[in-house]
Design a protein around this ligand. Structure first.
Ligand SMILES: Nc1ncnc2c1ncn2[C@@H]1O[C@H](COP(=O)(O)OP(=O)(O)O)[C@@H](O)[C@H]1O
Ligand SMILES: [Mg+2]
Length: 343
């Protein structure tokens, strides 16, 4: 395996009691100093994978190595080297920001002097210095999340695990959190392993991405590699009298016709009845498609060319679109988080 790899996962499996196979033979490496994104819909197995990496859950089989140590065999040695920020906000509302951090420092058995120094350091990292003496109950959602991240950093971990760090936050706050995460990588050399079900987040923030679906990795690479792996540009085509949403003999005949055109690698229907074509060299193929369809005596109502997005990558590998609000699990989790914070 790669020497530079700070996380090495090999054939990792987790079957929960009751038989749910949440993680199914997952393998991947994370390099030192990168932001690695674990992307997938709700229920895909992201949190389960993280819990095994951070030693809070025992794998059914396979191996999770962190900083060269087996997470199942050396949990204490792994724990001192990592930070973990769960998907629910875990800070104590009745304390100030600084008090929360001191508490966390004591949890890691740091001495008083070190705690004072590190607290100052991490407060600055997440831009909360001027609110350090305020009660957390007066903090916004974004500030709480930043404090949460600061807590994960107090013992200077080599690897920081973030489970859905921007879940439920507004886009502005999400962008600020992205900035802090980038800073951790660039300034402090921290390796970041994060899960998300936001495509844009993975695309803009992560150096490499693993896409997980139903407990299995379906694709892995840099955002650019993943987009290229689809095999070309995308054309979205609407033709009069040939909607792509019904499996009629006419639609099937037309799909076969499109597939036979030079440069066309893949043809599938979109959810809104358009034809989605994966083509080599969109600039050349698009006019050709237009000409061929017209020659057939049909009318092209619209033809749009676009570079693949991560949504397209996901659709390509899983055969379905990922809706950000899929499953409703977030709502449940947010409510649970709220309840815990109030308690
Ligand atoms: N403690 C548990 N016991 C049984 N099943 C679980 C448990 N935790 C999660 N699951 C199931 O395992 C699957 C993966 O869950 P999870 O890892 O939380 O996914 P994600 O974080 O990607 O949303 C889901 O089907 C979920 O319902
Ligand atoms: Mg999760």
């Amino acid at each position: 395996m790669n020497e530079e790899a700070i996380i090495q996962v090999k054939d990792l499996v987790k079957v929960y009691r009751g038989g749910v196979k949440a993680v199914d033979k997952v393998s991947f490496d994370v390099k030192k100093g990168e932001i690695f994104g674990f992307l997938g819909p709700n229920g895909a197995g992201k949190t389960t994978t993280i819990l095994m990496l951070i030693t809070l859950l025992r794998p059914t089989s396979g191996r999770a190595m962190v900083c060269g140590l087996d997470a199942a065999a050396k949990p204490d040695d792994v724990r001192v080297r990592i930070g973990y920020v769960s998907q629910d906000i875990a800070v104590d509302e009745t304390l100030t920001g600084r008090q929360n951090l001191s508490l966390q420092g004591r949890f890691y058995h740091l001495d008083r002097e070190t705690i004072a120094k590190r607290t100052q350091e991490v407060l600055e990292m997440v831009d909360l210095t001027d609110r350090a003496e305020s009660l957390v109950s007066t903090y916004s959602g974004g500030m709480r999340k930043r404090l949460d991240i600061a807590e994960g950093l107090i013992h200077r971990p080599s690897v920081l695990f973030l489970d859905e760090p921007t879940l439920g936050l507004d886009i502005q706050t999400r962008r600020r959190i992205w900035e802090y995460i980038r800073g951790l990588r660039d300034r402090d050399g921290v390796t970041v392993f994060m899960t998300t079900h936001y495509m844009d987040e993975a695309d803009q923030l992560c150096d490499r991405i693993g896409i997980i679906d139903h407990g299995e990795i379906v694709a892995i690479g840099t955002p650019a590699e993943l987009k290229t792996s689809i095999g070309g540009d995308l054309l979205l085509l609407v033709v009069e009298g040939r909607p792509a949403d019904e499996a009629t003999p006419q639609a099937e005949e037309f799909a076969a016709f499109l597939r036979g055109l030079p440069g066309v690698n893949k043809v599938s229907p979109t959810a809104d009845g358009r034809w989605l074509l994966v083509v080599a060299g969109g600039e050349v193929t698009a006019p050709r498609v237009l000409a061929s369809v017209t020659e057939k005596g049909l009318t092209v109502q619209s033809l749009e060319m676009k570079r693949p997005t991560l949504d397209d990558v996901f659709l390509h590998y899983t055969g379905r679109a990922l809706r950000q609000d899929e499953g409703g699990g977030d709502f449940q989790r947010q409510r649970m988080g709220l309840r815990r914070a109030r308690a």
